[in-house]
Design a protein. Structure first.
Length: 309
């Protein structure tokens, strides 16, 4: 059995996430308490979500990272470790923490900075993002080029997300529906993530991330920007490569399907999604089905009950 940890990205956040874990596991509580010192008021935002504050990317990013790191710490206490890690967008930072590259404190500092700079990059714009179901990559690229937006998340067979200015995304959606798309689903977003519009955030990360402490990875990491290990070798000092991959990631498409296909091809058959939510578990199942692979285990960990079982 080969185990991979999968880490959720923005959109997975839920009000109250981790409250039962916070009350039961001291190691989880310690992560949330520390996160609250780095981003004051974060615990209240997570547990109460007044005025939908959890939807603000500046809050969403450290909240999800705190949840992910806390769950990972619980698994470590139970001697459950991954042989590879993979995260979706923001989840890549949680994955790096899961691989031991970032300490809990440093990953929370990094994502708090990232959330702030991504919010600034999208400020003042009218942005859109839609999930397109049942269309080929070529058809989606063609529609995006005509409409003036970008394909940004290649999630799994038959599901690609497009992003950019709302008017352009809406136009591309209409073109794709006319061309036979099964569905075009608008998503709630606060910025044009993983597009060239995020260049200012990428530039800011290029300056900031070299100041953040990183350690050699303890396992394989699969990166969004390349859909493979990005030539980052475990147990070696690869900080320069990792910084470059994270800078590229924020302004380029997320190659999730390619990443999952690689893990499946390498014989990974035990996938643990550290959510909240089950989005990545669904992607794994669709990728495995498309490749005719059976017998894989897919689990999601959101609650005390999930972990205890």
């Amino acid at each position: 059995m080969k185990t991979a940890f999968l880490y959720a990205g923005q959109g997975a956040q839920q009000a109250g996430m981790g409250q039962d874990l916070y009350e039961k596991y001291p190691v989880f509580k310690a992560v949330y308490d520390m996160a609250d010192t780095i981003k004051p008021g974060l615990k209240d935002i997570i547990f109460e979500n007044k005025d939908d504050a959890l939807l603000d990317t500046e809050n969403t990013q450290p909240a999800l990272a705190a949840f992910a790191v806390g769950v990972t710490k619980i698994l470590e206490e139970k001697n459950i470790f991954p042989e590879a890690v993979l995260g979706l967008s923001l989840g890549e930072y949680s994955a790096l923490a899961g691989a031991g590259v970032f300490s809990p404190e440093n990953v929370l500092k990094a994502v708090t900075f990232r959330g702030k700079k991504m919010k600034e990059a999208g400020a003042g714009g009218d942005w859109g993002m839609s999930a397109v179901l049942g269309m080929s990559e070529d058809d989606i690229r063609k529609a995006c080029q005509e409409a003036g937006c970008y394909p940004t998340n290649f999630n799994c067979p038959g599901q690609i997300v497009i992003s950019g200015e709302k008017e352009s995304v809406d136009k591309a959606g209409e073109l794709l529906k006319e061309a036979g798309a099964k569905r075009v689903i608008p998503l709630a977003v606060s910025g044009p993530f993983h597009t060239p519009y995020m260049k200012s955030a990428g530039d800011a990360l290029a300056e900031f991330l070299p100041t953040v402490g990183m350690s050699p990875a303890k396992c394989q990491i699969i990166f969004n920007a390349t859909g493979d290990d990005g030539d980052v070798k475990p147990f070696e000092n690869e900080k320069e490569k990792i910084v470059d991959l994270l800078v590229r990631q924020v302004q380029n498409p997320v190659l999730m399907e390619k990443s999952l296909d690689l893990l499946l091809d390498e014989g990974f058959d035990d996938f643990i999604e550290i959510g909240p939510g089950k989005t990545l578990s669904g992607f794994v199942k669709k990728c495995a089905k498309a490749r005719g692979i059976k017998g894989i285990g897919v689990r999601t960990l959101n609650t005390v009950e999930d972990i205890e079982s």
